[in-house]
Design a protein around this ligand. Structure first.
Ligand SMILES: *Cc1c(COP(=O)(O)O)cnc(C)c1O
Length: 418
């Protein structure tokens, strides 16, 4: 993590000591590095050089407006999965011509909103959705551009919760059905088929599943073109993994693109990639303070003020995040758990690990938390969600205030009959 580094004993984000941010804003707090976002985005842009392409940021990975604005300003597009993400993407300044909308359950109002903003395309995931889009586009006098999300039927070897391209997945349609839907679109007046889409999962650590899936989907592009459909976009999805463990090496964007370059070229389509984790994961850390230390039997616990409601990934997927001290070098404590204050045994940020032997009051950084961190945070246990901070060079700013108790009950009503 070059954008997070040590100067002497202190951990910095770019030019700013993280201890300074923790002291000023409190904890838990997510801190994002603008330089790291740009580095990851440019890695992708450089990798696709020589192809006609567009890099869309998967908004669900990190939907803070400041993060989105940064990426929009770099020229990125947006991959959205809900009306709320459309709202954010438009507010953040993404060009609607660079917005693509996926998701198996788009509601009528979400589709109408997408049509209203004239987004580039809908990634259609079923026959019923296609019919719905045709009907709504017709009512509203719009033309809807769509890509068919095909399910190439490959296993990714990742956690089942983040694998989306296997045969019985709820996502997309099988190749055969995609061909039938393309036929059906011929008879639709307000839907224009312009692309093929696939996305097989997240945190994929090997190239083979990507290559296999993209080759299968590219065949569909060629087949549809052969049948006279004007397929101009081939959306290869996201899913490139990042090394959460220090000793992991994962395929780089360049290795990824080089492995599929001839296949992509052959389609003669504009390539869309939708990366979330690759762009945002390493651009963020979660700062948390040690509240207590305790031992039960043989087990050593570090109790932090951040819990599963702030960073769900370890509890949800058994995900691994490196944990380091923000100030000074501590020794380490073996086989320890970093746990939060939430009343669940599954509330942990790190388990059975050599953790920093940090004293009560010391601040720790949970690394690589920029993707699927804050966006998965909840108010469980009536805990206000953390603050978010953006660093750029020597400057920093709060980009989302820490929630207040009043936010916890916002919109709640005690009716008169009680
Ligand atoms: C979540 C998602 C992505 C991004 O996945 P990452 O693993 O974060 O790159 C891309 N496309 C679609 C359709 C998604 O649902």
């Amino acid at each position: 993590m070059e954008d997070f580094h040590r100067e002497g004993e202190a951990l910095y984000c770019e030019g700013v000591p993280l201890g300074e941010i923790a002291a000023a804003v409190g904890t838990p707090t997510y801190v994002y590095s603008h330089a790291a976002l740009e580095r990851a985005y440019m890695d992708l842009v450089d990798a696709f050089a020589g192809l006609d392409f567009m890099v869309c940021f998967a908004v669900k990975a990190n939907s803070n407006l400041a993060v989105l604005r940064s990426l929009a300003a770099m020229g990125a597009g947006a991959d959205i999965v809900s009306g709320g993400e459309l709202y954010r993407a438009v507010r953040a300044g993404f060009d609607p011509k660079k917005i693509v909308f996926a998701g198996v359950g788009k509601t009528e109002s979400e589709i109408v909103a997408g049509l209203g903003e004239r987004i580039l395309l809908f990634n259609v995931e079923s026959a019923s959705e296609l019919e719905c889009i045709e009907r709504l586009a017709s009512i509203h006098g719009k033309k809807a551009r769509v890509a068919l999300r095909v399910n190439p039927g490959v296993e990714t070897g990742t956690h089942e919760h983040i694998s989306t391209g296997h045969e019985n997945s709820k996502f997309g349609v099988p190749v055969e059905e995609a061909l039938q839907l393309a036929e059906r679109i011929e008879s639709y007046r307000c839907v224009e088929l312009i692309g093929v889409h696939q996305h097989i999962g997240s945190q994929i650590s090997k190239l083979a599943p990507h290559v296999e899936a993209i080759e299968k989907s590219a065949e569909l592009v060629k087949e549809l073109k052969g049948r006279g459909h004007d397929i101009r976009y081939f959306n290869i999805g996201g899913g490139l993994g990042v090394p959460y463990r220090g000793d992991e090496t994962l395929p780089s964007p360049l290795e990824f693109v080089d492995a599929i370059r001839p296949t992509l070229k052959e389609t003669q389509a504009k390539i869309i990639c939708e990366m979330g984790r690759y762009i945002a994961a390493r651009a963020g850390v979660l700062l948390t303070k040690v509240v207590y230390r305790k031992r039960t039997g043989e087990k050593s616990y570090v109790v932090s003020d951040a819990g599963m409601n702030d960073l769900l990934r370890p509890s949800l997927y058994g995900a691994y995040h490196e944990v380091v001290p923000v100030n000074g070098s501590t020794g380490s404590v073996a086989g320890a758990d970093l746990v939060g204050p939430v009343c669940e045994s599954g509330d942990f940020l790190a388990r059975e690990r050599d953790l920093p032997d940090a004293g009560e009051g010391e601040v720790l950084a949970v690394l690589d938390s920029g993707a699927y961190g804050f966006t998965m945070a909840s108010n469980y246990n009536s805990r206000p969600r953390p603050a978010e901070v953006m660093v750029r060079g020597g400057r920093w700013a709060v980009v989302r205030e820490r929630e207040h108790y009043a936010d916890l009950v916002k919109g709640e009503i005690v009716p008169a009959f009680l």
